[in-house]
Design a protein around this ligand. Sequence first.
Ligand code: TXA
Ligand code: MG
Length: 335
Amino acid sequence: MPDFTLPRFDDALLAQAVALLRAGELVAFPTETVYGLGADAANPLAAAKVFAAKERPADHPLIVHLAEKEALARWAQDIPPIAWKLAQAFWPGPLTLILKKQDWVPATITGGQDTVGLRIPAHPLALQLIRAFAALPGSRGGIAAPSANRFGRISPTTAAHVRAELGEQVGLILDGGACPLGIESTILDISRFATHGAEILRPGGLDAPTLAEVLGILPAARSRKSIAAAPRVSGSLASHYAPTTPLRLLETTALPDFLAREIAAGHRCGALALHPQPNAQLCRVLPADPAQYARLLYASLRELDNAALDWIVVETPPVGFTWNAIHDRLRRAAA
Ligand code: TXA
Ligand code: MG
């Protein structure tokens, strides 16, 4: 019996999406984290279109989205047992595992590296799309999808964001409403697990203490320096996830003074804050709960970025593991 409580694409739309992917075209689709710009991950020409549409440097690898855990062995090799445990516990979900790639996996996807990023998204529409694509004869069942934004910019959390950012370049944009998490997946490198353990390359929707429940220890965050020297994570660049308006991250007590000074100097200031900022020309107040904050973060930044401001001022959120991914994105948006 189909579950009628879950949203589903109608058959004609799904068939169109799958046909486009098969033909090497791009299809944007919702996931629980952010919207992805999807392409057949086994087709290097399709992957090349993703890089072109995003204006993304060719050495920044793409995440491959799968529909079932068993597909892990088709895409990765030398899989440590911990990978299966993590997949069992957290897939579908906002966790990307970096593993040694199978030899056949195109270098275009992996940015020339010998590892591949894999995840099963926890969004019924994404799963419906990947399953339908995987069911095609000869399909390897992987959809490569970076966030559907131009390189370095804010990730899209609605179909309208994708249209505004990449509209012309995408064959089809599947609309699944707003993404429920609103922040990208956590990227965990276990490709050298025996010698290096598990390392977080990008904090995201799954926090470190939750990962520790399966890993047995808190995973280390790989330092910026060693990321720069070794595998590339574009999310690790100092400036990323960034609006075009200059952004300042300020402590609660420093915010009112900064606003008063800049506004007196004739500058237009918008605020993204936990408390109302009556001086700001435009203020978005976000809830002091990390999940709710994350869900609204990118849409709010986009709105402020489109308001012709001289400054976006962000009130520094609380610290703690559940806020790590948010701090990470705000730091890079400010850089
Ligand atoms: O939540 C997400 O992860 C979203 C949704 C669409 O799934 N995707 C996403 O993709 O954020 P993207 O391309 O914007 O960011 C993926 C990051 C990049 O920084 C990339 O460099 C890194 O993952 N990555 C992918 N494969 C990698 C690999 N083999 N080694 C190191 N980093 C990798
Ligand atoms: Mg991205």
